[in-house]
Design a protein around this ligand. Structure first.
Ligand SMILES: C[S@@+](CC[C@H](N)C(=O)[O-])C[C@H]1O[C@@H](n2cnc3c(N)ncnc32)[C@H](O)[C@@H]1O
Length: 181
């Protein structure tokens, strides 16, 4: 609980400080090696300061950055404007309640945001992504923890995510992906 409150303080008061944290610098090819984003409609869920949204917007058709914290939504808009990216739409919402229509997106990405209401979130993603579309999660969980609840659920036959490891600044992490069909 203390960490949640600390995070909220940082998001609201010092988004620039949060944006400059080392952990953001993982290689975005970890996503694009799973699915190309060219001309796709992409959702970045729990977008934070917009690291994923801005990278995706370099090749995607449209990017919808979903973020519940008002200050961070402002921060992403400013960053996108400065970067000259006019294909990012920043919207309020939670991962389990994203205000977009069914089968709207080609790709949905979360980075360090998954799991506040995991089952509800996984259901919501499948509502939003088209058949043939792809869901990618980089939750930032260490790859050494293999018995955790989140991992077991994601790779269970019910949800059927594949996974592999990749490197972030503070160690090996897991990424998860799933193609809808
Ligand atoms: C650790 S940050 C990661 C931000 C960004 N995706 C990144 O990789 O830098 C988590 C973000 O998720 C947002 N968040 C928290 N709870 C959420 C929820 N239930 N639904 C959507 N976003 C949420 C927070 O406001 C914060 O911006």
């Amino acid at each position: 609980m203390v960490w949640i409150i600390a995070d909220l303080l940082v998001y609201n008061k010092y988004p620039e400080a949060y944006d400059s944290l080392e952990f953001h610098n993982w290689d975005f090819q970890e996503v694009t090696s799973i699915t190309p984003l060219e001309q796709r409609i992409v959702i970045d869920g729990g977008a934070g300061t917009g690291r994923v949204a801005l990278e995706a917007a370099l090749s995607a058709r449209w990017v919808f950055a979903v973020e519940p914290v008002t200050r961070l939504r402002e921060f992403i808009r400013t960053k996108a404007l400065k970067a000259g990216l006019s294909n990012i739409f920043v919207i309020d919402g939670f991962l389990h309640a994203i205000p977009l229509p069914d089968e709207f997106a080609d790709v949905l990405i979360t980075s360090h945001a998954l799991g506040w209401r995991l089952k509800d979130e996984l259901e919501e993603f499948e509502r939003l992504v088209k058949n043939g579309g792809v869901i990618v999660h980089c939750p930032g969980t260490p790859e050494t923890v293999d018995a955790e609840e989140q991992h077991s659920l994601l790779v269970s036959p019910t949800w059927g995510y594949e996974y592999s490891r990749y490197r972030e600044s503070d160690g090996w992490k897991r990424k998860y992906w799933k193609k809808l069909q």
